[in-house]
Design a binder for this molecule. Structure first.
Ligand code: ATP
Length: 458
């Protein structure tokens, strides 16, 4: 059974064909569940991260950034609860040796929510009611816990033994540096710390393309507040997350809120709401918003033996701040954007045109510039326009092949505008400006190109 549903297949194929996403280590036959982001995928990811940083750090007065290490002291993960509790329930089919997440087996086969079930409960249900999705047998092992953290070895000389973990979330680096930040920055509660970086999880059943991978990037915010402010702050952040989805151009009708029932909350959370997106393979978590209370800072104070407190500058009251955490996955954002933007359009002439309708601010290439033919002085003029525009936007120059094919290629890359230098340009110094979505072309004087594009690319 393929985990990639039919509607995802053409998107995966386009990603490979057009240089967005390649399978990891492909020349060695691939390395399961790893991916490489090709030139346009790298641009897309960068645009996502830059826009996120601009919106949540640069445009606000209550936020600062951090770039913490991937390898943190092993005690961090004991304090955070990850060593003990960052587990998924794993179960194996004895017949075909297929390995599954027990909760996913129950949810997929029986449409039952397995969150909060104990291991023996899951084992009983699966053994009595579920067949192996790979081979159809009903012969399962007991369900057991599996820790999702990747371990690595440090040099033997390190004081605390030689095990280190690749961080499974970026959040902890922020808590570990909370004291440094309040000592060195002029931050006043309420304030937040934002971080973008890699996280690693040894997922039991990764899949659905880049939706669930073992190495991914998170964009996380820890927003520090007084306890009394948690409900209002939570609501404001939920709205800000919706605003972000609008800013990157995701269709609002495909985004929904999923409240976690109280009995299924993580050990640190008092309230969690996921933003879920209608992916081609079903409605699944895109982002999360959690009220983490003062759990993390208190635990780090306890495990490190340090005082981690904030002093109110007016009242001199000392307290441990509470935390609201909005968290965003970069790869899931990229996948949602691709699914949202992808369209196969039937044209009047019977052809099919594949387009990515990216919002201009997210599109990898903003403008493509072509001479009608690879011929002087058309090429020279087009290169001059390219040189001018690339000072402002990421542009592409292309002079090879038929013009129609060049347009189709840019449609598949999601480039909002194409400029063509033709023979009229030589007469009257105007070019054609083609709109990706309408395919309409207008003539624009070269002297007005910058102004017209600035308006359209806002
Ligand atoms: P899931 O329930 O899908 O496993 P989660 O609830 O464990 O996700 P969080 O711990 O809340 O996820 O992680 C924060 C964000 O990081 C998620 O909302 C998602 O965008 C992203 N994320 C988490 N795990 C993965 C993964 N394996 N691959 C890609 N992105 C991920």
């Amino acid at each position: 059974m393929s985990t990639i549903q039919d509607r995802l297949k053409p998107i995966v194929a386009l990603c490979k064909r057009r240089g967005f996403v390649y399978p990891g280590s492909e020349i060695y036959g691939g390395f399961a569940n790893t991916y490489s982001f090709g030139p346009y995928g790298a641009e897309l990811k960068k645009n996502i991260k830059d826009l996120w940083w601009k919106m949540f750090v640069h445009e606000r007065r209550d936020m600062v950034g951090l770039d913490g290490p991937i390898l943190l002291h092993p005690k961090v993960w004991a304090a955070s609860g990850h060593v003990e509790g960052f587990n998924d329930a794993l179960i194996d089919c004895k017949s075909c040796k297929g390995r599954f997440r027990a909760d996913h087996l129950i949810e997929n086969a029986l449409k039952l929510d397995a969150d909060g079930m104990s291991l023996p409960q899951m084992t009983d249900i699966i053994r009595s009611k579920v067949k192996c999705p790979k081979c159809g047998a009903s012969d399962f092992t007991e369900a057991r816990h599996f820790n999702l953290m990747f371990q690595t070895q440090m040099s033997k000389t390190s004081a605390d033994g030689d095990v280190a973990y690749l961080r499974p979330e970026t959040a902890q680096a922020i808590f570990v540096d909370f004291k440094n930040i309040i000592d060195t920055m002029r931050v006043r509660i309420p304030f937040g710390v934002a971080q973008i970086g890699k996280a690693f999880r040894n997922e039991i059943t990764p899949g659905n393309f880049v939706f669930r991978v073992i190495e991914f990037e998170q964009m996380e915010i820890e927003y520090f507040i007084k306890e009394s402010a948690w409900e209002a702050t939570f609501d404001r952040w939920l709205q800000s997350m919706h605003e972000w989805c609008r800013a990157i151009g995701l269709k609002e009708s495909r985004i929904h809120e999923k409240e976690h029932p109280k009995e299924q909350l993580s050990h640190y959370s008092k309230r969690t709401v996921d933003l879920v997106y209608d992916f081609p393979f079903g409605r699944s978590e895109l982002y999360g918003l959690a009220y983490r209370t003062d759990f993390d800072l208190k635990r780090h104070a306890e495990y490190s033996g340090q005082t981690i407190e904030y002093t109110d500058p007016e009242t001199r009251e000392k307290f441990v701040p509470h935390v609201i955490e909005p968290t965003f996955g970069v790869e899931r954002t990229l996948l949602a954007l691709l699914c949202d933007a992808y369209e196969e359009q039937q044209l009047d002439n019977g052809e099919t045109r594949t387009v990515l309708h990216f919002a201009p601010r997210i599109a990898p290439i903003k403008v493509a510039i072509f001479p009608l033919m690879k011929k002087e002085p058309l090429s020279e003029k087009a290169q001059k326009i390219f040189a001018e525009l690339k000072r402002f936007w990421y542009c592409e120059y292309d002079e090879s092949g038929q013009i129609g094919k060049r347009y189709r290629r840019q449609d598949e890359l999601g480039t909002p505008f194409c400029i063509t230098v033709d023979f009229d340009t030589l007469e009257n110094d105007t070019v054609t400006l083609r709109d990706r979505d309408t395919m309409q072309q207008i003539r624009v004087p070269c002297s007005q190109l910058l102004e017209v594009l600035s308006e359209k690319l806002k």
